[in-house]
Design a protein around this ligand. Structure first.
Ligand code: ATP
Ligand code: MG
Length: 244
């Protein structure tokens, strides 16, 4: 099993959309467990109409298994541990645990997926001890970014967080890429200078296919598999597979 977190402290960069599409691509050949850590529960709603509670309790009590929140999905090879808004209230309780207890809980949540080939984590756009510990327990962290001067300036902050958590930095990938915008090309050069080979080759274009597919309850491949947008997720999933 390989555990992969998708994290960026910036909101709306495409963490959830990436987890959904990459889970789908990986699940064509392997078994995938998605863990939704975000109280917004967007990822959970995409995969199932029957979100279960329980992850909030498992995250603050090492004796409680995340299994209570395990749901099957309409995809044979994808299961999910669902999030509910109750997750938004766990921070004070988690913070009151010792570092060792926190790390043990994070480890237990991730290793619940040991029977799967991949565990993918959808994280909220916030840095809390919960996020830190979970990132630290994963085999690799990938960071979706939108090209923009502020986003690039923020990269050392995100990579610094990853390092602080003791996590393995898998790399950054660009989402919402606009190849018609010459500034995006310039920013891409700047990003490559900043990160070197930690920038993944696959770029996800800004695309209505991606936005509309999710609204229609489909992945990009299911919605319009022949488009560049859908193919870019296939390429990204293959690249991530190679790096972990
Ligand atoms: N490549 C893309 N092209 C067009 N729209 C996109 C693309 N990727 C994501 N979006 C849209 O951008 C919005 C934010 O995406 P998403 O929810 O995946 O981000 P997020 O990082 O998970 O956000 P949050 O930080 O709130 O959890 C959504 O409306 C989504 O449909
Ligand atoms: Mg999200």
């Amino acid at each position: 099993m390989k555990s992969i977190a998708f994290y960026n402290n910036k909101g709306g960069v495409g963490k959830t959309t990436s987890v959904i599409n990459i889970a789908f691509e990986l699940a064509t050949e392997t078994r995938v467990l998605v863990i939704d850590i975000d109280g917004q529960a967007n990822c959970s709603r995409f995969f199932t109409d029957n979100q279960k509670e329980g992850l909030d309790k498992a995250l603050v009590n090492a004796d409680i298994s995340p299994e209570n929140a395990l749901c099957s999905t309409r995809y044979e090879n994808i299961d999910i541990i669902t999030a509910t808004p109750k997750l938004n209230g766990i921070t004070p309780k988690f913070d009151s645990l010792t570092d060792k207890e926190q790390a043990a809980i994070a480890e237990k949540i991730i290793s619940f997926g040991s029977e799967y080939d991949y565990v993918l984590l959808d994280l909220p756009p916030a840095l809390t001890k919960v996020t830190e510990q979970l990132i630290g327990a994963c085999d690799a962290v990938f960071i979706p970014i939108e090209l923009g001067t502020f986003a690039i300036q923020g990269i050392p902050t995100v990579t610094g967080i990853v390092k602080k958590c003791g996590a393995k930095f898998g790399g950054c990938f660009i989402n919402k890429f606009d190849k018609k915008n010459s500034l995006d090309g310039q920013l891409l050069d700047l990003l490559n200078e900043t990160l070197g080979n930690k920038t993944l080759q696959s770029k996800i274009p800004f695309s209505k296919v991606i936005k509309n597919s999710i609204s229609g309850g489909m992945t990009a491949s299911e919605y319009m598999g022949w488009t560049n947008a859908a193919k870019s997720y296939k390429a990204l999933a293959a690249e991530i597979k190679e790096r972990v």
